[in-house]
Design a protein. Sequence first.
Length: 304
Amino acid sequence: MTRRLVTELCGLELANPTMLAAGILGYTESSMKSIIEAGAGAVVTKSLGLEPRNGYPNPTVVQVDCGLLNAMGLPNPGINYFSEELKELKNTGVPIIVSIYGFSSKEFAKVAETAVSLGADALELNVSCPHVEKGGAEIGCDASLLAEVVGEVKKRVDRPVFVKLTPNVADIGAMAGAAVEAGADAITAINTVKAMAIEVETARPLLANKFGGLSGPAIKPIAVRAVYDVYRTVDVPVIGCGGITSWQDVVEFMLAGASAVQIGTAIAYKGLDIFKSVTRGINTYLKKKGYKNIKEIVGLAHKF
Ligand code: RRO
């Protein structure tokens, strides 16, 4: 791949600006290896906590118009179990970002320390799951709690810390500001949008958990707006996430202010080829427009 697409992100070098989003295929060494072989510039794991969790009963995912609705409930094997998976990924040359969660700032810090000791190149703090009590968006909706979590993690690790924010707030720029003031090295925007679907024949909510998080094309304009807001509020890189299915979507996020992007739900629709087709498309676009490096387009929409 060309130098034009090489993306520097908080000291990490990505061959291109695409990353696997947390929660999709980031469970095992072999699934993450297949994402790397498919051409992702970096990989984010499924969110990991201190203890294993089973998650919610089925149904945990339903298809709705223009997206997927999920309430998985943070199923994961726990950070310690992950050591073997991470060891195997160390020699790929592709940054491995470990997504972590906790139910207190101390717990976040403990998981962060373990993730770094196991070889994480960076951490992404999940403070934005829309349907897990006390561990997710409850943190990301409270600026002082958010700052406490970020500050505690930053005290304990020496790797870049990304903070993944929820769109389910009145002012995402203010939340980004609180995270950055507490030491966040980058902001990921956005996690899923809190949503629900009801089956009309039975009057039953479709997800066992009733509420879930909406992802996919339906949320792209919300995510683009969030990236735009965060970019103009804070002075750290923004990682765009939400509904990306094409190279045009990636360019749109970058014009809004994203330095890199995450792709998740589109893998379910388009398969793993999406990473290569998207990078090919961006490269052609940059060449046609006469840009020598992808960073030249970051935030361009702000001049209007
Ligand atoms: O596991 C989930 O249900 C989940 C998580 Br942790 C998250 O951050 N966002 C989401 O939509 N689902």
